[in-house]
Write a protein that binds this ligand. Structure first.
Ligand SMILES: Cc1cc2nc3c(=O)[nH]c(=O)nc-3n(C[C@H](O)[C@H](O)[C@H](O)COP(=O)(O)O)c2cc1C
Length: 174
């Protein structure tokens, strides 16, 4: 199984990228590619920019990556209750190539933040809107208090109950 994983953030040390990487690698035998969203940088979307640029290569490349795998793992960063601007911009550009951005792929949707809310608001928004965008959600999970539950040095979840929950979520892809 080929898995594409990414954190929906362009932060250099994105905690969501770390969580997506950890979770995707729990799938035994899977080939995991972790995307870096900075590799898909685009101008701020507007319909005027779209008339000027058409379908930019970065959006086409992101769409092709999503289409090249058997499953997708996304962990969403929450900025003021919603998507990070960088992810939303890439998502908007990609949706103009094909509204079914996620191309019927099985998906696990994750989210985390340093606080107790665990980015649950952005996760709910992603889950609720996914029927429009062609993702087949197999599991969803919000990890609260990232720095209490995840060891950045080893790249592993340290709290046993959260290890079990993430493993159970990832098992839904098998
Ligand atoms: C502009 C801004 C808004 C934020 N809003 C929220 C929020 O609504 N809820 C939350 O849990 N964390 C919020 N945070 C904290 C983020 O969860 C934290 O920066 C986290 O590291 C973002 O994920 P990332 O590291 O994957 O980019 C916010 C951070 C920034 C910079």
């Amino acid at each position: 199984m080929k898995i594409i994983a990414f954190g929906a953030s362009t932060s250099r040390h994105s905690i969501n990228k770390q969580l997506a990487n950890y979770a995707a690698n729990l799938v035994a035998g899977a080939e995991v590619e972790v995307l870096e969203l900075n590799d898909f940088e685009l101008p701020l979307f507007s319909e005027d920019k779209e008339k000027e640029l058409g379908q930019p290569d970065a959006a086409k490349a992101f769409y092709a990556k999503l289409g090249s795998c058997d499953a997708i793992v996304v962990s969403f960063a929450e900025h003021n209750g919603s998507y990070s601007a960088a992810y939303k911009n890439l998502f908007d550009w990609t949706s103009r190539i094909d509204m079914k951005v996620f191309q019927s792929k099985p998906m696990v949707l994750l989210a985390t933040s340093p606080g107790p809310g665990g980015a649950a608001s952005v996760l709910a928004a992603a889950v609720n809107s996914m029927p429009y965008f062609g993702g087949d959600i197999k599991a969803q999970l919000s990890l609260p208090a990232f720095y209490d539950n995840f060891d950045v040095g080893s790249g592993q979840i340290i709290a046993p109950e959260w290890q079990d929950k993430v493993k159970a979520a990832m098992a839904q892809l098998a």
